[in-house]
Write a protein that binds this ligand. Structure first.
Ligand code: HEC
Length: 139
């Protein structure tokens, strides 16, 4: 397969994996997992994001929950974010727990402030040091 074929396949696999399609495990095992198979060409936006699990997760889960102002989804998203706390990120869990409490109380503005509080405190450092860190498995 030429690079374009591999790239298209890797992209399809990533999409299936994101959608939780079981088939992806079969179709995308082995060969697709080797680094040159998975990595899309540098400089594309999908390429830039594929290796950043938290970024992809936030866009797929946190952003839609907030844009729909879905309080139930926001609470569960923020509880899950609390479990992502990498060592050494001060107040990560606390900010996420405050956000979850705000979601439970139905205060979407306070949720939004929790999102920003963490982004302001930690996003730059996370991007610099931990961007390719895999997300911990769900508890
Ligand atoms: C406790 C920390 C924390 C909380 C709370 C948090 N985030 Fe994030 N978020 C991050 C970090 C760190 C990144 C950077 C990941 C990356 O780009 O690799 C990020 C990235 C994102 C991104 C990717 C695009 C961008 O702006 O960088 C979106 C979208 C996002 N978060 C949405 C949300 C929303 C919506 C909420 C609240 C419901 C939220 N986040 C709450 C830590 C947090």
């Amino acid at each position: 397969m030429n690079w374009r074929g591999r790239w298209l396949r890797a992209r399809a696999c990533a999409a299936m994996a994101l959608a939780g399609v079981a088939l992806a495990t079969v179709a995308c095992s082995d060969e697709a997992r080797s680094p040159e198979e998975v990595a899309p060409p540098r400089g594309t936006s999908a390429g830039a994001q594929a290796g950043f699990p938290l970024h992809v997760w936030m866009k797929g889960n946190a952003a839609p929950a907030l844009s729909k102002a879905d309080k139930v989804a926001l609470e569960s998203v923020l509880r899950r974010i609390a479990t992502f706390a990498p060592p050494g990120y001060e107040r990560w869990q606390e900010i996420a727990a405050d956000g979850a409490a705000a979601a439970r109380a139905g205060d979407v503005e306070a949720v939004r402030r929790a999102c920003s509080a963490c982004h302001d405190a930690h996003r730059a450092r996370y991007r610099e040091r931990d961007r390719s860190r895999p997300l911990p498995a769900p508890p």
